[in-house]
Design a protein around this ligand. Structure first.
Ligand SMILES: C[S@@+](CC[C@H](N)C(=O)[O-])C[C@H]1O[C@@H](n2cnc3c(N)ncnc32)[C@H](O)[C@@H]1O
Ligand SMILES: [Zn+2]
Length: 490
């Protein structure tokens, strides 16, 4: 009962508008049934639907409680930095820093410079504060006008934990917890919910609330923000999947490449790109960026931004990749166009997108229809309930398909028998990842699927050569921006 109450309260607070249609549907069903039976008592006896909701909310409550027990909020990052730096001035926002840098014209009271060296020794991935390096800040551009941004009142070369980036056009963008947040108006208001204390201290930086914002974008942002806070772990299997994503006619030489991971989520792929020697920037529209940035040992730079309005100058990167992202946009081409502009001549754009199931057997297409129907419900459920459904799907798939696959594939006949079973590509990944992959499918409000020729057309339409479109669960597309050769003088 306490779990039910907690779950109900959470759902009402967080997602009531989304849950309401399901509740109304279930209650209507029950009443309609009672009317058909001409017996009001039937509604009472046919309590299954109501009981089902009891269990859904109870599951929400249980997941919420276990989350609260294990969650590491980002506030302690501040506390760690505070404890480690020690000596210098205390600025108005109760934070110890080594230098008070300045006062901006836009009403921001102070910005803080913190050198990486001043931070306490790394006590593990999640406790180290991310910082904006000043040479990374110099590469950022205004989302409104494209001009270079300056860190308010900060002339030095150190790194910034908190402050503002300002543009000559008058726009200002907050730097919160070591990450610049350069969001378009449609989604910038979400920052206020995520960082209320910051905006109480710096009201001048509070983004205007966006009336008429595209709800799909907001829904996508919230769903994935929740997903990557829920499933933040890097796993050993990720290395193999990273290698698979970046297969191509030529092996990729990462060392020294300037790379953008667009829609980086919790940063699992950029971790390996960085390890392979790339100079990498992670960009994501959701709070997933904080999960990625908290893994400061990766040594990457991060920005919270929408890939359709990327805060970088054209041709800034040798390689831009975006894995599993553009098929979640209302208009994937808007994303492809914006990302293509960031690639230097001779550089590459790599995309991973879901593919259509035209060439799959009938039973797989039917299964897909069933999952699509299920998604109609799950995309409206509170996230802990989606977690519970994902766990259930993963457990069922493990018992029915993954274990038989693991057991039988050593024999040729067993391999043939189990090869085509649903989800067997997860046969060798930990259970938690099977759950997170189900969550990913069930929570995303938009899921586009594309044919090979459509993906090739995207690349051609932005003037890229199609290097390869490799098959798999989805398409791994590689496009190259042609090097424009100078016209010889007459
Ligand atoms: C399915 S997840 C994939 C994350 C990561 N690429 C991975 O494979 O682990 C999709 C990610 O794209 C991000 N995303 C969705 N729309 C975006 C947008 N318009 N701009 C930037 N990121 C976006 C989401 O926040 C989410 O983290
Ligand atoms: Zn501007």
């Amino acid at each position: 009962m306490p779990a039910f109450a907690r779950g109900l309260a959470y759902s009402i607070r967080q997602r009531f508008r989304d849950v309401l249609p399901i509740l109304v549907f279930a209650v209507t069903l029950t009443i309609a049934y009672a009317l058909m039976q001409r017996n009001v008592g039937t509604a009472y006896r046919k309590r299954t639907q109501v009981t089902m909701f009891f269990f859904v909310f109870m599951a929400v409550g249980i997941v919420q409680r276990s989350r609260q027990a294990t969650q590491q909020p980002f506030e302690p990052v501040l506390a760690t930095a505070k404890a480690g730096i020690g000596t210098a001035a205390i600025v108005d926002y109760d934070f110890v820093c080594d230098e008070l840098v300045g006062v901006s014209q836009r009403g921001l009271q102070a910005s803080v410079k913190v050198d990486r060296g001043a931070l306490p020794p790394d006590k593990g991935e999640s406790t180290r504060a991310p910082l904006v390096r000043s040479n990374f800040a110099a590469t950022l551009r205004c989302a409104a006008c494209g001009e270079a941004l300056a860190i308010a009142g900060h002339a030095g070369s150190g790194a910034v934990f908190e402050g503002a980036l300002t543009c000559p056009c008058g726009a200002g963008f907050p730097v919160i917890a070591g990450v610049p947040r350069i969001l378009p108006i449609a989604t910038a208001a979400t920052l206020v919910d995520q960082h209320p204390v910051f905006f109480q201290r710096f009201p001048a930086l509070r983004p205007p609330s966006a009336n008429g914002a595209r709800t799909d974008s907001l829904h996508t942002l919230r769903a994935f923000g929740d997903e990557w806070q829920r499933f933040p772990e890097l796993l050993e299997v990720h290395q193999g999947i990273f290698d698979w994503y970046f297969e191509g006619p030529e092996p990729l030489r990462w060392r020294g490449l300037k790379v953008l991971d667009a829609g980086c989520g919790m940063g699992r792929w950029l971790h390996f790109a960085r390890k392979a020697g790339a100079e990498i920037v992670g960009m994501d529209v959701s709070v997933a960026i904080d999960v990625a940035a908290a893994r400061a040992s990766d040594g990457a730079d991060f920005v919270q931004a929408d890939l359709r309005y990327p805060p970088f100058a054209p041709e800034s990167f040798d390689l831009v990749y975006s894995l599993g992202v553009v098929h979640h946009l209302e208009e994937p081409m808007a994303g492809v166009r914006a990302l293509a502009k960031l690639v230097r001549p001779g550089g590459e754009l790599r995309l991973y997108v879901y593919r259509t199931l035209d060439d799959e057997p009938r039973w797989k297409r039917l299964l897909f229809v069933a999952v699509t129907l299920l998604r109609h419900v799950t995309t409206r459920l509170p996230y802990p309930a989606v977690h519970a459904v994902s766990w259930f799907v993963a457990a069922t798939a493990t018992a029915l398909f993954l274990w038989p696959r693991r057991l039988l594939r050593r024999w040729a006949w067993g391999d043939r028998l189990t090869r085509g079973l649903p989800l067997v590509h997860y046969a060798d990944v930990p259970f938690r990842m099977v759950v997170s992959e189900q969550f990913d499918r069930l929570v995303a409000p938009i899921e586009g699927r594309f044919r090979r020729d459509e993906v090739e057309r995207w690349l051609r339409d932005v003037g890229f050569e199609v290097v390869a479109v490799l098959p798999g669960l989805g398409w791994r597309a590689i496009g190259r921006r042609p090097v424009v050769t100078a016209t010889p003088a007459a």
